[in-house]
Write a protein of this length. Structure first.
Length: 331
């Protein structure tokens, strides 16, 4: 049974805050709950780091991080009041949530590149070379990157088979390729001694953001200062984590005892290597930035792929830059 361990920041004495001259942008020690999209891992490092190092506390927030998981509907839990904001796997996913009737808006995106990849055997060097291969994907891919792969590279539904989050079918079949997350499955396949190529979608033009902060419209209206503080503090958390991940990793391992030091080290190295957090617009505009241009490109893709009805969802309702544009935590 999965066990979630919530981490809370101890209250900061008012006298200490005054002595330190901390100008928090939210009410002192205001409770705030953020729910991730999976078991605790390095891909969540900036959030855990901000807890571990007291960054949230500096901004007057008492933050609880709750883990998601494969059987957890985090959007439903947020709608039921069990989280203030959630981690969207991508801004594309959150746009579709809105069409489904959930009034949710993305306010920050900490991964400037979507870490989604296709892992192929060593004879395959590009996504275009996946034609004729058996492709193992999860059902959720049909609402995200798979229509993009079909449109851009001429791949076919007839090639696909279910991905069960087990690398063995890929290992056993030299004519197969499987989905993965840059910081996860490639490590498992490497440990299995299989030579493979990791093809990152963003390298081929996939523009989706990932690891978002997405909140109910009511939360943005009623708790704007707290959300703004959370967004800025989390950006500082990511900058700190990339510099020294040890404090955040300690909390990650508390939440997820199955997480190994080797996996954490591999994932952190990949975060840095490809600039997931620090590249692109983040270089000049700060960690977590979202732009009108990228958001429009992602919205237009969903409309073109018939994954979103523009009559039901307007682009302007799916995201806002108001909470992240002034944070400007540069890498």
């Amino acid at each position: 049974m999965r066990k979630t361990i919530a981490h809370r920041i101890a209250p900061l004495a008012a006298a200490t805050a005054l002595a330190l001259g901390i100008g928090a942008t939210a009410h002192a020690e205001e409770k705030f709950t953020y729910m991730t999209n999976w078991y605790a891992q390095a891909e969540h490092g900036g959030f855990y780091q901000a807890v571990a190092t007291g960054i949230y506390k500096k901004y007057g927030l008492d933050v609880t991080i709750k883990m998601g998981g494969p059987q957890v509907n985090i959007a439903q839990m947020m709608a039921a009041g069990q989280a203030d904001c959630i981690m969207g796997s991508s801004d594309i996913q959150v746009m579709q949530m809105r069409e489904g009737g959930l009034p949710v808006t993305t306010v920050a995106a900490y991964f400037q590149k979507d870490p989604q990849v296709m892992i192929a055997h060593e004879d395959v060097k590009s996504l275009a070379e996946l034609k004729g291969k058996t492709i193992l994907i999860a059902n959720s891919a049909n609402r995200g990157y798979w229509p993009w792969l079909k449109m851009k590279f001429g791949l076919s539904d007839s090639q696909t088979r279910p991905y069960t989050f087990n690398i063995q079918p890929f290992v056993a079949d030299k004519n197969s390729a499987q989905q993965g997350y840059l910081t996860s499955e490639p490590y498992a396949i490497q440990k299995a001694g299989v030579k493979a190529n990791t093809l990152m979608f963003s390298d081929f033009g996939y523009s989706s953001y990932a690891t978002t902060v997405s909140c109910m419209d009511k939360t943005l209206k009623d708790r704007a200062k707290a959300v703004e503080s959370f967004v800025k503090a989390t950006a500082e958390g990511w900058k700190s984590y990339l510099a020294d991940p040890a404090p955040g990793n300690a909390l990650i391992k508390k939440d997820n005892p199955n997480m190994s030091d080797d996996q954490l080290a591999y994932s952190v190295a990949k975060l840095k290597e490809v600039g997931l957090i620090t590249s692109g617009d983040a270089v000049k505009s700060g960690i977590g930035i979202i732009t009108d241009e990228r958001s429009k490109a992602n919205y237009d893709f969903l409309v073109e792929a018939k994954l979103l009805d523009p009559a039901k969802v307007k682009l302007a309702d799916t995201y806002t830059t108001a909470f992240v544009k002034n944070a400007k935590v540069l890498p």
